[in-house]
Design a binder for this molecule. Structure first.
Ligand code: NAD
Length: 269
């Protein structure tokens, strides 16, 4: 989708981080914006700061909310050209140490949120006269599997699979709806803000040194314009994807992947 001006974008998780940067970037492209998030106050403040943007408080883990979001966007603007299924939460810790309720929540937001977005918007996008595009925010943790992030990785691998299935199903139907799956490495956002465990502290530290979200927003806009499917933001992490493919084909278990685990003094001598 080369031209964005005057078209309509819906962004979930718009109140903070990558979603917020995307909203600001797309506003500069003169898009009309429908901004969705569970965090109402920053959502309203952001919408008020961007001309023509509307805020729709939404919990993406609830199909009812996402259906209402789609209904509002179509009632207001008639069509939606760009859907960014971006809302997400982090969850770190060893697979067996993440409590069941946290496993359920991370899948409900990260995976079901994106599924709900597809169910509510894609049929409307197929039916509308204009071409459209869906961007699902996965992660490098959807292409490789780092340790101590099992619940999060499961959700993001599923978002990659969802996107890969979606793009092929749309092609079979000859629908004028494109798809991109955004797979960032570390981005300096508040994603890991709340956890208290050692893994959370390590992720926070890695994220604080990550890419500015504005750079990820620029990269996303370029990808939408160029119709790129896999959208990587950290070229230095790309070899990890090849390593995973080699591990799969040779039967080896994954190594420490992209995480640089602290080495003991003895090991580093
Ligand atoms: N920060 C990183 O290093 C990184 C790396 C790869 C992928 N991602 C992904 O990028 C996306 C955006 O995250 P971010 O880094 O900007 O974090 P962030 O915490 O700054 O922003 C996420 C936003 O999603 C919202 N949200 C959470 N649960 C929601 C729900 N149920 N319904 C609606 N909104 C909800 C939050 O309120 C927040 O505003 C996520 O999907 C995340 O997994 C982030």
């Amino acid at each position: 989708m080369r031209s964005l001006r005057g078209k309509t974008a819906v962004i979930t998780g718009a109140a903070s981080g990558i979603g917020r940067a995307l909203a600001q970037r797309l506003s500069r492209e003169r898009m009309r914006l429908v901004l969705a998030d569970v965090d109402r106050r920053p959502l309203r403040e952001l919408a008020a700061s961007l001309p023509g943007a509307i805020a729709v408080p939404t919990d993406v883990s609830r199909m009812r909310d996402v259906e209402a979001l789609a209904a509002k966007a179509y009632a207001r603007f008639g069509r939606v050209h760009l859907l960014c299924n971006n809302a997400g939460i982090a969850e770190y810790g060893a697979v067996w140490e993440v409590p069941l309720r946290r496993w359920q929540r991370v899948l409900a937001v990260n995976l079901w949120g994106a599924v709900h977005g597809c169910l509510a918007f894609v049929p409307r996008m197929i039916a509308q006269a204009d071409a459209a595009h869906v961007v699902n925010t996965a992660s490098m943790a959807g292409l490789v599997t780092p340790p101590l992030a099992g619940a999060y990785s499961v959700s993001k691998h599923a978002v990659v699979a969802l996107s890969e299935a979606l793009v092929q199903d749309l092609a079979l139907r000859r629908a004028r709806v494109g798809v991109s799956v955004l797979c960032p490495g570390w981005v300096a956002t508040g994603l890991a803000r709340s956890g208290r465990g050692a893994a959370d502290r390590m992720m926070r530290s890695l994220m604080s040194r990550g890419l500015p979200p504005e750079v990820v927003a620029d990269r996303t806009v370029r990808a939408v314009r160029a119709g790129e499917f896999y959208v990587l933001t950290h070229p230095e992490m790309a070899p990890a994807v090849r390593r995973r493919a080699d591990e799969i084909l040779s039967g080896r278990a994954p190594g420490a992947g992209m995480l640089k685990l602290p080495r003991s003094r003895a090991a580093s001598r």
